[in-house]
Design a protein around this ligand. Structure first.
Ligand SMILES: Nc1ncnc2c1ncn2[C@@H]1O[C@H](COP(=O)(O)OP(=O)(O)OP(=O)(O)O)[C@@H](O)[C@H]1O
Length: 733
């Protein structure tokens, strides 16, 4: 613990002395009453409210482990003044963790959503710097990292609220703000930083003299999210630049217990404080939860009907992609449901996002959102959380429903599940997950179908048709990307009905669906071929082409669908075009074994060797039928082999081409580019995208993006050269 140093800033003399005295008293008080490591302060008897607080007449100190009121804690008067009158009594997580955090220990705090974890780390942060008499010249003393910009903003507001009587300086560092240069000037004078991982790393890398070498305390809010794969690059880079000797606090409703994660953070004998582990439910007790089976093509009608019957409620609706959020928002707005609508997703400008966030805090309305709003956000008085799309896993479910029934309030949530997603209900209902959810039948009598209305809207507004197509594709893509294949199965989706429900006259072509369906057919036909081979019969002619197609179409870019036509239905019956016969001939010619004669038909076309063998004239010339068979088998083998090689090369070529096209498009069409992930905010999961994550939307960011793009071009050129060389080799072999 740093000792108080003489205050350098100007101020009245009596105040300086009283501060020093207060700090001395607080240090002694904390030391005298700190709970044993590993003990749970909730188990201590709380002192009565009327008991004296602080230094007692006998020279000792009042106990604080187990106390219920903020004023009974060994914290500064300024913090107590900041807390009053809004906060007087502590919540369980605050009671359990504050005695440990104030004593300077590392803490992993787990408590239900809306249970007051924010104050549980904001108070020790302020107090630690106050007691160390931190000033502007000391630089960064505390860093609070949040996974999303909105949550960072909310934490910053809470920090300002509680710390309003302190003279510490704090800054909000989040991507999407244009004033990065001004921020760089200031950042060295800030004591407390509330930031998203990307922006913090940007400062660490770019801001001259940016210093965290004296960091006292690091906080990860939504720690499990920050430590997951999506932020790995940033977090590892950040941690490597922080001093190991510091206090570290990790908080989340779904806390990590991974030793690997904790090792990454170099925690020292951390206290694991999980206040609701004994609770019967993992979600807030005042939260009523239901799940409903809703077919994919009825989801929007169901949502519409739900909104129409809850016009006086504040409703938060989760969808999985930005495009879906946009589509639902735009179309529903035009259909005028009779309640204000808003939307929030990671592709919106930061100022707009912040404005929407504040508006939803204040007004009764419906907010359509991606998972950008699923964690940490404290919207007051949300009546309903509606999950139109299934969450990726149980923690995601817990965080989403946790936007309602916060602290002492009540709330309700409904989860729409496709018939193919009912496994998620079973997982949620499992005893160990402790989620009291019930499956209800949807009342289809009250269902108001809107697919016809959507069709008319799409006719009237052509831009909406494009949005509907993108919605269709990105939704399917989001399902494809889900890890839990027990729940998410692309091939079980009624995609034609889904397209129709969005108002689309035709089902858009999606190449990865084609791939999936082909894979399925391929595996089915593999089985069939095995059977036939066992019976000694030849494969049917169409099968081979389906298999070829499936291998060629591995890349699944939804932005540039090819001309190939695919129809996938409930029972996938795939219609695939024949392969380009020209290509086939080329391949045979290039790899023609030396000495093989080329045969021509009457019109001068080359007769493929197999056809030539089957030619009746030639058949007469052949010596023995078993020789024909042998020759046939040999040629078949050779062709198979060469086909294989060609396909590999072809795939590589295709990938190269698409990567280049994508990079180009990415630069040109920032607004309309595809949603690769459900949402592309810093909050989102999946592997970090170098050009996106930490250079966000600042001016400097564009320059960086250029760098990244140039780099990618250089790589692809090198790869192209290697590919050309490979091609040449294969031609000469
Ligand atoms: N001791 C308290 N007394 C009264 N209200 C409180 C107290 N602590 C927190 N609150 C209020 O409870 C609400 C939820 O708190 P907070 O956002 O910190 O929850 P959380 O546990 O961090 O939730 P999440 O897991 O969703 O991030 C806030 O509105 C906050 O102001």
């Amino acid at each position: 613990m740093r000792r108080p140093k003489p205050k350098k800033s100007i101020g009245p003399k009596h105040r300086r002395i009283s501060e020093a005295e207060e700090i001395e008293l607080l240090d002694a008080w904390i030391e005298a009453g700190k709970p044993d490591s590993g003990s749970n302060p909730l188990a201590f008897p709380p002192p009565p409210p009327s008991a004296p607080v602080g230094r007692l007449a006998d020279g000792g100190f009042s106990p604080y482990a187990g106390c219920k009121l903020f004023r009974q804690l060994p914290i500064s008067q300024k913090t107590k003044d900041g807390l009053r009158p809004k906060y007087t009594e502590m919540s369980e997580i605050q009671r359990a963790s504050l005695p440990h955090t104030l004593s300077g220990r590392d803490v992993l705090g787990a408590a239900k959503t809306g249970s007051g974890k924010t104050l549980a780390f904001i108070i020790p942060v302020i107090e630690r710097l106050y007691r160390a008499r931190w000033g502007p010249e000391d630089g960064v003393g505390c860093i609070i990292i949040s996974p999303t910009k909105e949550l960072a903003g909310q934490l910053f507001e809470e920090l300002k609220f509680v710390g309003k009587h302190h003279s510490l300086s704090a800054g909000l560092l989040i991507g999407g703000r244009k004033d990065v240069d001004a921020e760089k000037e200031r950042v060295n004078y800030l004591n407390l930083l509330v930031c998203t991982p990307g922006r913090l790393l940007q400062h660490m890398n770019e801001t001259p003299n940016f210093e965290c070498s004296d960091l006292q305390i690091l906080v990860l809010d939504e720690a499990d999210r920050i430590l997951d794969a999506g932020f790995k690059y940033e977090v590892d880079a950040i941690i490597s630049q922080l001093p190991k000797h510091r206090q570290t606090l990790l908080f989340s409703a779904t806390q990590t217990k991974s030793v690997k994660d904790l090792a990454r953070l170099s925690l020292k004998d951390p206290e694991y404080i999980s206040v609701h582990s004994e609770s019967l439910t993992a979600t807030p007790e005042r939260l009523k939860q239901i799940a409903m089976e809703v077919p994919l093509d009825q989801k929007l009608s169901m949502l519409w009907s739900f909104i129409k019957t809850h016009l006086h409620s504040k409703i938060l609706v989760f969808l999985s992609t930005c495009k879906q959020v946009k589509f639902v928002y735009e179309t529903f707005k035009k259909l005028r449901p009779g309640i204000p609508l808003k939307c929030l997703h990671g592709r919106m400008k930061q100022v707009v996002r912040m404005a929407i966030y504040s508006e939803f805090c204040e007004k009764t309305s419906v907010l359509f959102s991606t998972d950008v709003a699923s964690r940490g956000l404290d919207f007051p008085a949300v009546d309903w959380v509606v999950q139109v799309d299934c969450p990726e896993d149980i923690p995601a479910y817990i965080h989403r429903v946790g936007r309602t029934a916060r602290f002492a309030s009540e709330g309700k949530s409904v989860l729409f599940l496709l018939p193919s997603e009912l496994e998620m209900f079973r997982k949620l209902q499992a005893v160990e997950t402790k989620i009291p959810i019930q499956l209800r039948k949807a009342n289809t009598q009250r269902l108001q179908s809107i697919s016809g209305l959507l069709s008319s809207l799409l006719v009237k507004y052509p831009a909406l048709t494009e949005l509907a197509k993108a919605t269709f594709k990105t939704y399917l893509r989001s399902i494809k990307k889900q890890k839990d294949k027990e729940v998410f199965d692309l091939l079980k989706l009624p995609i034609d009905d889904f397209a129709a429900s969005l108002g689309l006259p035709m089902t858009p072509k999606v190449r990865f669906m084609q791939q999936k369906a082909s894979d399925k057919i391929a595996s089915d036909s593999d089985e069939a071929t095995d059977l036939r081979e066992a019976n000694g019969s030849r494969p049917a002619s169409g099968e081979k082409q389906i298999l070829d197609r499936s291998q060629e179409e591995e890349d699944d870019d939804v932005l540039f669908p090819k001309e190939t036509s695919v129809e996938v239905e409930d029972n996938p019956a795939v219609v695939l075009p024949l392969k380009n016969p020209k290509k086939k001939k080329m391949k045979i010619n290039v790899h023609r074994p030396i000495g093989t004669r080329i045969k021509y038909d009457d019109e001068g076309n080359v007769i493929p060797p197999l056809a030539a063998l089957a030619d009746s004239e030639n058949l007469n010339l052949l010596v023995k039928p078993d020789k024909v068979k042998e020759r046939y088998e040999k040629l078949k083998e050779e062709m198979k082999q060469r086909d294989k090689e060609d396909k590999v090369l072809n795939r590589q070529r295709l990938r190269e081409k698409r990567t280049k096209e994508k990079m180009k498009l990415k630069r040109w069409r920032e607004e309309d580019e595809e949603d690769d992930d459900p949402d592309l905010d810093e909050a989102e999961n999946g592997a970090p995208k170098k050009s996106k994550l930490y250079f966000d939307s600042d001016d400097s960011a564009d320059e960086k993006r250029e760098d990244v793009n140039l780099k990618t071009d250089a790589i692809s050129l090198a790869e192209q050269e290697a590919l050309a060389l490979k091609l040449l080799n294969s031609m000469h072999s």
